[in-house]
Design a protein around this ligand. Structure first.
Ligand SMILES: [Mg+2]
Length: 169
């Protein structure tokens, strides 16, 4: 019952996701969430670490795009120096902008992975679109009641993931 919420891979941070590993999976393009996946809500532009990660992907020939539920102003500013295909106010788990980003990159569901930090928007959207999905731990949650509530809802899903990886599926 959790299948559409289960990531294929679960890592601490995007820096654990290497170009070599992606290429070994046949992944040539990435659809990325921004907030709490690449940087915190408080970072308007890529951090040096994020930039180095992007540079590594570019060097390996892996394309990158952004699909965010945040505002256009935020996404455009973050993407200004990178100039990747980017979509804001995407309403994930709707997959319309994921499809647009894949068209922009000339990729398909077999060679595209989604990377995000939230189960019910990012993972669900990626799975609905038929992509390989990487979940990373949120860098820093906004400490609102709403976010903490959502995190609690995610616990059984993450347990199911651990169980699946443990070979009980
Ligand atoms: Mg996020």
């Amino acid at each position: 019952m959790y299948r559409k919420f289960l990531p294929d891979y679960y890592y601490d941070t995007i820096s654990d996701i290497t170009p070599e590993f992606l290429l070994s999976l046949g992944i040539k393009a990435l659809v990325m969430d921004i907030d709490n996946t690449i940087v915190t809500y408080d970072d308007p532009i890529p951090t040096p670490a994020a930039q180095a990660w992007f540079d590594g992907m570019a060097a390996a020939g892996i394309k990158v795009s952004f699909v965010s539920n945040n505002e256009w102003e935020r996404v455009k500013k973050f993407n200004r120096s990178l100039n990747y295909p980017a979509y804001a106010k995407s309403g994930k788990p709707f997959i319309r902008d994921i499809k647009k980003a894949m068209a922009d990159m000339g990729s398909d569901r077999k060679n595209t992975a989604l990377i995000g930090d939230q189960v019910f928007t990012d993972v669900f959207a990626g799975k609905r679109a038929g992509l390989t999905v990487f979940l990373v731990k949120p860098i820093k949650d906004k400490l609102t009641v709403f976010f903490r509530f959502k995190r609690r809802l995610e616990v059984p899903v993450l347990r199911a993931y651990q169980k699946k990886k443990g070979g009980f599926d």
